[in-house]
Ligand binder design. Sequence first.
Ligand SMILES: Nc1nc2c(ncn2[C@@H]2O[C@H](COP(=O)(O)OP(=O)(O)OP(=O)(O)O)[C@@H](O)[C@H]2O)c(=O)[nH]1
Length: 810
Amino acid sequence: MAWSNQGMQSLIPVINRVQDAFSQLGTDFSFDLPQIAVVGGQSAGKSSVLENFVGKDFLPRGCGIVTRRPLILQLIQDPNEYAEFLHKKAHRFVDFDEVRKEIEVETDRVTGQNKGISAIPINLRVYSPNVLNLTLIDLPGLTKVAVGDQPADIEHQIREMILTFIGQETCLILAVTPANSDLATSDALKMAKEVDPQGLRTIGVLTKLDLMDEGTDAREILDNKLLPLRRGYVGVVNRGQKDIVGRKDIRAALEAERKFFISHPSYRAMADRMGTAYLQYTLNQQLTNHIRDTLPTLRDSLQKRLLMLEREVAEYKDYQPNDPGRKTKALMQMVTQFSADVERSIQGSSAKLVSTNELSGGARINRLFHERFPFEIVKMEIDETEMRKEIQFAIRNIHGIRVGLFTPDMAFEAIAKKQIRRLIEPSMKCVDLVVNELARVIRQCADTVARYPRLREELERLVVTFMREKEQKAKQEISLLVDYQLAYMNTNHEDFIGFSNAEAKATQGQSLAKASIGNHVIRKGWLMFNNSSLVRGPKDLWFVLSSDSLCWYKDESEKEKKFMLTLDGIRLRDLESTFMTRAFRFGLYHQDGRNMYKDYKQLDLGCSCLEEVDAWKSSFLRAGVHPEKQMRSTSPDEDPQESASMDPQLERQVETIRNLVDSYMRIVTKTIKDMVPKAVMHLVVNQVGEFMKNELISEIYRAGDTDALMEEAKLEALKREEMLRLYAACKEALRIISEVNMGTIGAERAPAIQSTDYNPVAASAPRPAPAPPGGRGGILPPQIPKRAVTPSSTPPDIPARPQIPKRPPH
Ligand SMILES: Nc1nc2c(ncn2[C@@H]2O[C@H](COP(=O)(O)OP(=O)(O)OP(=O)(O)O)[C@@H](O)[C@H]2O)c(=O)[nH]1
């Protein structure tokens, strides 16, 4: 080689070495390296172009998709001619038929026999005196139909693979298109345009110029007038199928190609920029300059990548997976970390670690205690008419045949006990919900131990088993709480309304509930108000719910009140969502069908999530607004006389008992609401915490083989190894790049090949004339954008004499 600048000369080999460093990772990991990818439709002539560069038949041929893995072909100028595969480094291939076989075997090794494809590249390095330093990636041809047992989406797979290569900004695209087809429909150019719409990094190659219909030519394209590309087009003539079958010598083919151009009336004028030799030459130059341009960015991104990896690598410093000391230490660390994570999730965490995306386990349990559990209790409240009917029956049954002048307090006890018993259900549900939440937290925290699947399983098993035992205990204790309530009705309780008060209230006909709550605020918040005018559509308003009214304001400053509604006789119902309103809605309406607001019979309110609807419903229940109930149909054989009573004295007695039950139940529910969360915390949550803190480690050791527990997940080990290898590859790549003296190549660009290098294929062959600087007849030289002009008399990108590769002595 006669590069005037040694630094520039070494650029392609430098990138080759970087490429090798990454290829050895054995994955389809692709770093953004400056490279040339060859794309084209099936049979466009890609393989022919590459073989012509090398001067040998070495690529697999056949029907269907032959190239099924990217082939990174590194051409290196060398006095000896041989080939090497990166996956078979020790072996020198001198017979190029063997090279072809090896490509076939290696392709099948990864893709299997079913003609599938893989993005894991094969690296082939060809040393030859005939080549110019050049690296090309041969990609599978764009195919249209799957054959045999190929996957049906093969076209899509190939497209995706090609796009990942050519989508990288540093990739030059060699778009190979047969001249005997319509350029506008060229698969290669269409794909190149997708990723390089301005045509800055696409180099067009027109093959099969010899197959064009008589009287037609491709001058307009080669002159870069039709579908212009910044780097222009080069026309080539490869061997036809007949020549290949007849094993026509490539050297002879190259000579025939040269003759074709100089003798063709349409191409004669541009013959010095046509043909395989010129293509090889210009690619060498363009790639060299391209590498020079992209090297600083590549170095920066490698450095960034390395820094990122360094943090991960630090974790594995001195990593010896089978060192027993390390295993024990890791086991202890994992268990402690796991316990600490669970504890933090439940008990709350320092501001630094607080998640802003979702509620922690603790916060969710808190909500279960204070919103969900009270809601479950209020929800179970029985049907008012049903209850009154029961009271009435109890009173009548107690009186029996006698006339009941006095209200029998036994009726109170029977009804109240029935109500107390019902508290068991929401209480058990509360335990279930908390236990589920705790199990979720445990599972989530165990994820940090995912590297050791067996340890993770064991940790989860031990803690969950312990928690389930405690759950049973808690359920027993909590049902005892209800039993205590049933064992003795404390009508002397200071908060109990007492018989005479209940009777007085009954006569006043006042709602006891409201009186005892007082008019305090229960909930405030934004709700979507869907009853506004059709024109303005729904809007968000600020709602304040207190024990006897619902007000809404313009905003949370509560300065501009829009409306106030008293809650008497109001009920709540669920509403279906519509496209205008939010997905979660509920409605408020008057039991007696009155208008609620303006002429609306129903207030239509929306929340952004289901949990918010539940919270509002629970608050409305506390304010005495109950959900609408399914109307119970009276069974036909029910005696109306039995259920309804017209007796005002009995009515008053029912009301008295109802007031007593209500007051007593308030006391009981208050206690239950207070005690159940306490019991759950004490008997389950705290116990689990203590267990993890004090016993988990010893339980783990007792469970058996800790060595087996610390067996790493295979995938994890692989991931770690891959990461370490990638780290090494990045480091190696940076080292290789740092060898390049950027100072010396900074201002240089690939110069023209010296005429002393010129070694014509045939002595008789006329030398191609030097290309004029501005191109001729509209020809755009394949100039690379944004390039500084060298102080040379020769245009920098154009060779004084395009080089024809030297041939080995025959
Ligand atoms: N006459 C003539 N035939 C050509 C030329 N280029 C390629 N061919 C023929 O076209 C056919 C396909 O060429 P290949 O080089 O295998 O095309 P490819 O793009 O590698 O095809 P796939 O590997 O199938 O994607 C072969 O029979 C070649 O001989 C050319 O310039 N002139």
